[in-house]
Design a protein around this ligand. Sequence first.
Ligand code: MN
Length: 498
Amino acid sequence: MLEIRSYTFYFCPCTQDLYGDEVLKHVAEHSKEIVNYLNEQKTIPFQIVLKPNLLTSDVIEKTFAEADADPDCAGIITFAHTFSPSKSYIRALSSLKKPLCQFATQYNEDIPYDKIDMDFMNENQAAHGEREFGHIFARMRHPHKVVFGFWQDPEVVEELGKWMRTAVGIVESPNIRVARFADTMRNVAVTDGDKIEAEQVFGWTVDAWPVNDLIPFVDSVTDAEASELADEYYELYSLTLDGRDEKEFRRHVEVQAAQEIGIERFLIEHNYNAFSDHFGDLGSLKQLPLLSIQRLMQKGYGFGPEGDWKTPAMVRLMKVMTANDPQAKGSALMEDYTYNLSKRHAGILESHMGEVDPCVAEGEISIRATPLSMGDREDPARLVFTAKTGPAIATSLIDLGNRFRLIVQDVECKKVGHKMPQLPTGTVFWTPKPNLKIGTEAWIYAGGAHHTAFSFDLDATQMSDWAEAFGIECAVIDENTTIRDFKRDLRFAEVAYR
Ligand code: MN
């Protein structure tokens, strides 16, 4: 499983020095109780740490600066127990870099009607305080998240937990490092883009490498090492020989095993966590890396074919955002291939030549070594499977020339219901929301790619919050999408994000 930093979040009670020590003591005590409760919930993925009451602009500035300087801190959660005048936040907010969630909750769930008095109202005035606190974010155009509701409501806690994953996606974005073996496929538009802009906006490093710089890493893998890894494959996966001689088949598999070891050594030595390749520029690699890349994707590396560097960056980020989720069903590169147009089972078969991430597989995974219909190399070994089912999102980050747009689509993954014995690749089948027709039309109008960063474990809100943090447009296609509204939103975004 992918290891990430054990992030913490600062919990900051917002108040002021006006109510007397007794109230401030209660604010701190209640906040501690809330933090302790949240830290016990399974849907809270990272540790929350209570900070002292935010009383004055000096304390606020010091606390926010501490959050920015603390590499373990992925964000700030605030709670306005009382009123907390928001001019006190201007200095702190003007330099804050870490994500901030305004947890608009209240210590008491219900109003104690029989005994409520002015003292109670002064101490428990979240409805009052949260509005003042929120105002300054609107005034300063500082992006922040608002989660409203009672702190013991499981849905509210889950929403807070999901935002914490978004925050990790925001702070981890500058750690994305993509190695590009060979350039983008000739004449293809959507996978290309401005790599300098990507570094300025998202903090990504995207470097080019001649594929022949990779070759020595693959060639220096010993036969014994490749054979040992192939043994591991043979334990994990079944074999579909397709009439091949067993020894010859094994040799094809060992080529991929050497590639897995060699590519990973290159990535580790040069400190990359994502990469792209191109089937038309393989140097002296004997086979197009398929099984090898499938395994690397499952280990947590982002990958994109045909020189696509934006999708591997996004896939890697999604894997990081969901890394410590034991329930995760998978985040992966997908490619839109073939429609099933009949209304009974309308949808899109997602696949690739072979680089389909087995993290989304359900049931048997089988190794096959069959010819590619393009290129000039040996038949590459690859893992073949069908996928899990359920709601998921497909995302595509595109470069519009002067800015980026993130497109996020809700999809429902389903079983195909048929065997596909002639298709030697992993597949996912999904129906886009609101249906195949509108969902596809909207995706095409938005300019979404055929490559997607797909996730069972993240949702459209998390990804739009992520996009908002970087100031880019996020076009969401979901159950409520109509073509007329969607096209209008795209047109307005041209003005809003110019
Ligand atoms: Mn492609």
